[in-house]
Design a protein around this ligand. Structure first.
Ligand SMILES: C[S@@+](CC[C@H](N)C(=O)[O-])C[C@H]1O[C@@H](n2cnc3c(N)ncnc32)[C@H](O)[C@@H]1O
Length: 226
């Protein structure tokens, strides 16, 4: 069995009980080092740990797939939830295995951000630039999201498309520089937050940061119509 699990935004209190059980019982556990560091206390001494790097992930995942095909209980750990900014890794896991694998959702950093910033998912769109390949479709989508008066939760791409580059790009595309903007770092850990406008967003942030660009005039609540 091979399961891709979301480990939540970092603090172990946000690791689901189901994910913790899978980690504790795994024969093999793989993930990027930064992700594994969050779940280290739950990894058993007999578990084989396979750290991934961007360079060797394909090779390492083949080893994990071989263990899975040999009947071992394997886990690949993802930050947050698999379903937000995780599918490129999921696809690599499935390519290595040759079939669809089990998934166990986790609490996304996007959920933590929505909660900290009091934004409703119904009125928010999610865009990740933390991916390989052409960003054009995602860039156009973000412009449309803001033109449609929706909030945007954005994952920057370390290190060439971070919040300041995203803000600069949006302003160049005609998005108002007055959009209220927030950047949150290390959610559930040693959190830091910055608030300003798109125009003010010129500083550097860590690779553990998420950006919220609020709609200028959000679509009004439908409450009165009910
Ligand atoms: C590949 S994406 C994975 C997102 C993850 N699947 C999720 O649902 O939260 C990794 C990026 O998410 C953001 N991120 C993940 N956890 C975070 C946290 N605790 N605080 C702030 N940003 C976080 C950072 O931008 C990080 O580089």
């Amino acid at each position: 069995m091979l399961t891709c699990i979301g480990i939540g935004p970092g603090d172990p209190s946000h690791l689901t009980i189901a994910a913790k059980r899978r980690i504790e019982n795994a024969d093999v556990i793989a993930g990027f080092k930064s992700v594994l560091s969050f779940i280290d206390p739950y990894i058993g001494s007999a578990t084989r740990v396979t750290p991934l790097t961007y360079k060797d992930q394909t090779e390492r995942l083949k080893e994990v797939a071989a263990a899975h095909h040999a009947g071992k209980d394997c886990v690949v750990a993802f930050m947050g939830d698999i379903h937000f900014s995780g599918f490129q890794l999921l696809e690599r896991v499935e390519r290595a295995c040759g079939h669809r694998v089990e998934r166990l959702p986790g609490i996304s950093a996007a959920q933590m951000l929505a909660s900290r910033c009091n934004v409703c998912f119904d009125e928010t769109s999610f865009v990740t630039f933390h991916r390989r390949g052409d960003l054009t479709l995602f860039l156009n989508h973000l412009v449309h999201v803001l033109q449609d008066r929706r909030h945007a939760i954005v994952v920057p791409r370390p290190w060439d498309f971070m919040p300041k580059e995203i803000a600069e790009y949006l302003i160049d595309r005609g998005i108002s520089p007055d959009h209220p903007t927030e950047v949150w770092e290390n959610l559930t850990g040693e959190e830091a937050s910055w608030q300003g406008t798109l125009n003010d967003c010129r500083q550097d942030f860590s690779d553990m940061s998420l950006m919220l660009i609020r709609a200028m005039e959000p679509v009004p609540s439908q409450l009165n119509d009910i």
